[in-house]
Design a protein around this ligand. Structure first.
Ligand SMILES: Nc1ncnc2c1ncn2[C@@H]1O[C@H](COP(=O)(O)OP(=O)(O)OP(=O)(O)O)[C@@H](O)[C@H]1O
Length: 326
């Protein structure tokens, strides 16, 4: 079934001029992708890849040099109000909030900001504060909350607007493991219970693996992958091998492995390697055959999304120039 597109990012280019040196930074170099109604999309990339620039362009906070963004068919630059009324964004989490006001006051203020009457919003505020486990904090100042609670409040505020699309920039950044988990579970509930479209930019791989159906990976201002998360994991699983050898590899063989495969680990007679292409298995066999190394067992290794991500980014670097691990 053809899925309905809600956001269309088309060939966006954005450059900055550095204030002091006047040097031009090409932050986004022609990024295109679609977001479908009701999906949760992970926007990933290493530091400085262009994720925040892309998100800020989508929600109209930045004006791109080239290209267009459409939300429900409305061009964000030409039809700003119409396009942006479908969107809520949580950028830099807790900075969106009023720190000298209480939790409840923040909720009421933002409800009012979205044109909701105080009375009308009360029920939703109560529900959201309960869901986000913030009800007992409702009369506390935002400045006195922990970073995790502030982050949860920022997301609750975005939920209050009841927009079709929610953009979350690094929702679990800087949170401890427990609060990170809690935020992840909350987001899961939101996705399960409501027909929201969510874009999450993150470095948190469990967030992607747990929550996102699809991921768009950006590296150096360009999209390097746009694929279902499950498919990417399958794809890499077929290329990751764990090999038990009859004897440890010689120094020469270790050098050859290091030279040929960007991701490998050698421990005594155990070799774990991820091939760049399935055919590379023949190259590996040649290295082993040259010194008549026996293979006792070959298994496919299970991969997690973190490995997939690292490998995709590494593949973009010139072959064999990537750093290796052993
Ligand atoms: N206002 C600005 N002035 C100059 N350069 C900028 C500005 N904002 C971003 N950049 C540069 O543009 C590039 C992309 O930045 P961006 O913040 O979009 O990356 P990111 O993928 O969100 O990174 P991170 O994960 O570190 O937040 C970086 O090289 C960054 O230094």
């Amino acid at each position: 079934m053809e899925r309905e597109t809600i956001i269309e990012v088309k060939d966006i280019v954005k450059s900055y001029k550095k204030r002091k040196s006047k040097e031009i930074v090409h932050a986004v170099k022609g990024v295109s992708f679609n977001v479908y109604k009701g999906e949760i999309l992970g926007l990933l990339g290493p530091n400085g890849a262009g994720k925040t620039t892309t998100i800020k362009t989508i929600c109209g906070l930045l004006k791109q040099n080239e290209g267009s963004v459409y939300i429900n068919g409305q061009n964000v630059q030409d039809n700003r109000l119409k396009a942006l009324r479908h969107i809520s964004a949580v950028l830099e989490g807790n900075r969106n909030l009023y720190w000298r006001h209480t939790v409840q006051e923040n909720m009421e203020y933002f409800a009012g900001n979205r044109g909701r009457g105080r009375k009308d919003a009360q029920e939703d505020i109560g529900k959201l504060l309960t869901q986000f486990r913030l009800l007992d904090k409702k009369n506390e100042l935002v400045s006195s909350l922990s970073r995790g609670m502030q982050q949860k409040l920022a997301i609750a505020v975005a939920m209050l607007a009841d927009s079709e699309v929610i953009l979350l920039d690094e929702p679990t950044l800087g949170l401890d493991v427990e609060t990170g988990y809690e935020v992840r579970e909350l987001l899961k509930d939101i996705v399960r219970d409501q027909e929201k479209t969510i874009i999450i930019s993150t470095h948190d791989m469990p967030v992607v693996q747990d929550l996102c159906e699809r991921t768009v990976i950006i590296n150096e201002g360009k999209v390097i992958a746009d694929e279902k998360v499950s498919r990417l994991i399958d794809l890499f699983e077929t290329r990751a091998y764990s090999i038990k050898l009859g004897e440890p590899l010689s120094e020469l063989q270790q050098q050859a492995v290091k030279h040929t495969f960007p991701i490998y680990q050698i421990h005594d007679d155990q070799l774990d390697v991820t091939l760049e292409q399935e055919d590379d298995i023949y190259e590996l066999m040649d290295i082993l055959k040259k010194e008549k190394t026996r293979i006792e067992k070959i298994d496919r290794t299970t991969v997690d999304f973190e490995q997939v991500f690292m490998e995709l980014v590494r593949e973009e670097e010139p072959r064999h120039a990537a750093s290796t691990s052993n």
